[in-house]
Design a protein around this ligand. Structure first.
Ligand code: GDP
Ligand code: MG
Length: 380
């Protein structure tokens, strides 16, 4: 639970946006009802792949009590003879006697609002439609509370994310070469520092190659991370050929009997062809030392770029043989939903998530925890 609350805390911007949105949707058009037996989300037979919204609502629900929160489009008429204050008192008392909560009938209007909310949370249109269709499956016309909607949404999000939640595979091959790619500023260097620290703590012998020779500052930054993690960083002068550095680093890693070599790369060159050529050359050259390298190509993505992360995956899959993703900066963004869209669209493994700038701010990706944190679901 401790980790859960930490993650939820760190993802608070994403979760609070979704959470507030879900509450607003239920309150808008919902009605206060005595707390009945909860409609526990049932496991469904098969996820419906096509976002098909079900038949028309069977019976329109009459509004019996005024909503305590003014519903925007259709304010419920106040009860005729009861004065305001008494009505309020009455509601308070009845609330005390029998617990009540706001529930809303799951209908087309509500589904549309849910779709909009998920799209606004960066899940992307296709994923938002699929997720809401699955939420509605078998539940159309039921009255749901905010908590139940959160549970349903978390269940659907976890279902999409489950197949991609995989730690970075570790192979018997030594040294295992990990090439780290991604646009400038996405968090490659920071992630290498964090990963190096984690692997070192796990007893692995790690070497880092500062392959972003484009900027002197990038090399210094990596040296700082290497010092923190207690891992050697091999460098080359600014502007020198990163492929020859990678070659030297792999040779040295072999000689030293290292378990892992992590190669940092530049994310910004003059144009895409330059970047492609640089990455291709690194791969070509390290294959002269080990023709099975690189064993992992990690694409680092910045969650704050939202939907742009999707096009970065497209681009880098064409530049390099991306084997897995790390999503950084999930702290402090309201765009965490993009991870759901990525999982749904590409199915690439998500190895870890960055939740801060400190060395231990890299968490394994856990779909249930992520789904709960994203939707603001409290653990029960
Ligand atoms: N809040 C937060 N900041 C991060 C995270 N990962 C990286 N950063 C910051 O993002 C900026 C760019 O990171 P850097 O590793 O230099 O990106 P690179 O250009 O891809 O190597 C730095 O200021 C990092 O401290 C993260 O998970 N959360
Ligand atoms: Mg860098």
């Amino acid at each position: 639970m401790a980790f859960f609350s930490k993650l939820k805390d760190k993802l608070f911007k994403s979760s609070s946006r979704l959470e507030q949105g879900l509450e607003a949707i239920v309150e808008d058009g919902g009605e206060e009802t005595p707390t009945p037996d909860p409609v526990i989300p049932e496991p469904e037979p098969e996820p419906q792949p096509v976002p098909e919204v079900p038949e028309p609502s069977p019976v329109p629900q009459p509004v019996e009590t005024p909503s305590p929160i003014p519903a925007d489009p259709t304010p419920a008429p106040p009860p005729p003879e009861v004065p305001e204050a008494k009505g309020l008192l009455g509601r308070l008392f009845s609330r005390g006697d029998a617990p009540s909560e706001i529930r809303r009938t799951l209908d087309d209007d509500m589904l549309e609002q849910l779709e909009e909310l998920l799209i606004a949370s960066d899940m992307g249109v296709d994923t938002a439609l699929r997720v809401t269709a699955n939420m509605a499956e078998g539940r159309y016309g039921r009255k749901l509370s905010t908590q139940e909607i959160k549970q349903l949404l978390a269940q659907e999000v976890a279902r999409v994310m489950d197949p991609v939640a995989k730690p970075m595979p570790i192979y018997a091959k030594r040294p295992q070469v990990v090439l780290v790619v991604g646009v400038n500023g996405s968090g490659k260097t920071t992630t290498i520092g964090k990963l190096a620290s984690q692997f070192k703590s796990a007893g692995k012998k790690v070497v880092i190659a500062a392959g972003d020779t484009f900027r002197a500052a990038a090399v210094e930054q990596l040296q700082v991370w290497g010092d923190r993690a207690g891992v050697p960083v091999l460098t080359a002068p600014e502007g020198s050929d990163p492929a020859s550095l990678a070659f030297d680093a792999l040779t040295r890693a072999q000689e030293d009997g290292a378990d892992l070599l992590m190669i940092d790369t530049a994310g910004r060159l003059q144009n895409r062809a330059d970047l492609m050529e640089e990455l291709a050359k690194i791969v070509r050259v390290i294959r002269k030392v080990d023709d099975t390298a690189p064993h992992n190509t990690l694409l680092v993505l910045d969650a704050t770029t939202g939907q742009n992360a999707l096009s970065q995956v497209e681009t880098f899959r064409n530049l390099a043989d991306v084997s897995g993703l790390v999503m950084t900066k999930l702290d402090g963004t309201a765009k965490g939903g993009v991870l759901v869209a990525l999982a749904d669209k590409f199915g690439l493994p998500i190895h870890a998530i960055g939740v801060g700038e400190q060395i231990d701010d890299l968490a394994p990706f856990d779909p249930e925890e992520f789904a709960a944190a994203l939707t603001g679901l409290e653990p029960t």
